[in-house]
Design a protein around this ligand. Sequence first.
Ligand code: NAD
Length: 397
Amino acid sequence: MIIEPKIRGFLCTTAHPIGCAAQVEQHIALVKKNGPIPGGPKKALILGSSTGYGLSTRIVAAFGCGAATLGLAYERPPEKGRTASPGWYQTKAFEAQATAAGLWAKSLNGDAFSADLKAQAIDILKREVGPVDLIVYSLASPRRTHPVTGVTYKSVLKPIEGSYTNKTMDFNNGVVTQITLDPATPEEVSDTIGVMGGEDWEMWTDALLQAGLVAPGCVNMAYSYIGPNVTQPVYRSGTIGTAKNHLENAAHALDAKLKALGGRAFISVNKALVTQASSAIPFMPLYISVLYKVMKAKGIHEDCIQQMDRLFRTKLYTAAAQFGKHAEVDAEKRVRMDDWELRADVQAAVEALWETVKTENAATDSDLLGYRGDFHRLYGFGVPGVDYSADVPESMI
Ligand code: NAD
């Protein structure tokens, strides 16, 4: 079967198993090339481990630090005549590479918000791994069913203070238009907090603590985003940002709980990058395209694997940071991996381009092609070294 991308808006309904696997291998090679990370974690639980920041974190923990990893994700398996979602193939590829390298690696595919998956993960950790010294919370989901009440919340990406109008780009054709987003209702705000806020991270940490599965000195980390002025009404001051505030507050509560074990909970604020989650956020594709243009020109662009590699090597597991115990944080106790994105010179250049970018110059005033290439690679297409004209055997799908 020849597999081609079938793109519908900000989604691609096909994924290339060989391309997905090749990309995982290339990311592993990058981490290995940078050498071992002394003092890194040895046993890690990664929530949201199949794509984006979670997959990259898992790769760095395993191949940079030699950690055993239990990964959780919610991916669609293949069906007759239909490929799986990319995270399915990436998880298989990661496990195969880790096992070949002599690293313990298992993955659970299901709803991490549920009590059942928490029980399954705890059971595996108890039987096969023992207490973890790294917990990473990297879930990005449009909905969550509460494990106690059974209520399902849906997250929305809307402003709160009033409607917001700005430029947006269809990255498939480069057409730049104006869109207006209406403000969220109070219920939509609280539902988004229910999905992307900190309650589930707290539930996971409590369950692990109760089971005696948190090792002394454990690092417990969730990911957040702040971003520039241009996305502020819809991101940081919008529904999703309000949920991120809730997540960040949870870090303080969890940090206090882990103190007795000499552990820490904190947030890493990461850079804006093309992932399945970010491509669904209004205004983000145009902002990221302009940001890529500027950061690439300045030689400071990083992708997910490079961000996570730098996080581990220069912020978390260094002698100065006492190997995870005292990472350098801002006033809100957040590690800032968006330090280069939010640099004054970067944002000034982004703002200047934002003023001029339009359909006619989208390919030059933004990194439209770079964005599109990254989007295709999320699904395993356009990965260097892969022959896309070759038949993919049924057994690989
Ligand atoms: P992503 O879409 O690439 O990954 C999401 C992961 O969550 C996948 O592994 C998916 O399988 C898993 N998942 C979703 N629902 C699940 C469920 N119910 N049960 C189990 N697993 C589930 O997203 P991403 O962009 O890597 O985002 C990860 C985190 O990083 C989020 O908190 C996001 O806000 C944050 N972040 C992202 C960016 C960015 O620009 N992409 C920037 C800063 C911070």
